[in-house]
Design a protein around this ligand. Structure first.
Ligand SMILES: [Zn+2]
Length: 108
C-alpha cells in the first residue's frame, strides 16, 4: 500500500515493468488500490513490482527454466504480458474489460 500511496515506486530506480504500468501516482489510483481487499491489493502490488509467480520472475529466481507463458508459450510471462497480451486469456479480458488485448497505456 505504501508503495503506491507515497509515490515511492515512481521515484525509485529500477522497477521497469511497474513504471510501464504506473507512470505517475494519482489520487484515483491510490483510491482504487485502497478499495481492494488485502488479497487483491497484494496481487496488484506483486504484479507491479514483479515479485509474483509469473514464469519470467520464477526464471530469474531460478525456480523454473522456461520464462515463456505456460498457457500460450508465445512470449515471456511478464506482468504486462499476463495482463494485456496473452492470447490464452484474451476472452477473460474481453469479459472483464471489453477488449481482447490491452496496451500498457490501457492499464494505467
Ligand atoms: Zn500466454
Amino acid at each position: 500500500m505504501s508503495v503506491i500511496n507515497t509515490g515511492l515506486l515512481v521515484n525509485t530506480e529500477g522497477c521497469r515493468q511497474a513504471k510501464e504500468l504506473v507512470t505517475q501516482v494519482t489520487p484515483g489510483l491510490t483510491q482504487f488500490a485502497l478499495r481492494q481487499c488485502r488479497r487483491d491489493l497484494r496481487t496488484l502490488v506483486y504484479l507491479l513490482i514483479r515479485h509474483n509467480t509469473l514464469t519470467r520472475h520464477l526464471t530469474i529466481i531460478q525456480r523454473v527454466n522456461d520464462p515463456l507463458c505456460p498457457l500460450c508459450k508465445e512470449e515471456e510471462e511478464t506482468s504486462l504480458y499476463f495482463l494485456g497480451k496473452c492470447c490464452a486469456t484474451a476472452n477473460k479480458r474481453r469479459l472483464h474489460f471489453g477488449v481482447l488485448f490491452l496496451e500498457p497505456g490501457d492499464l494505467k
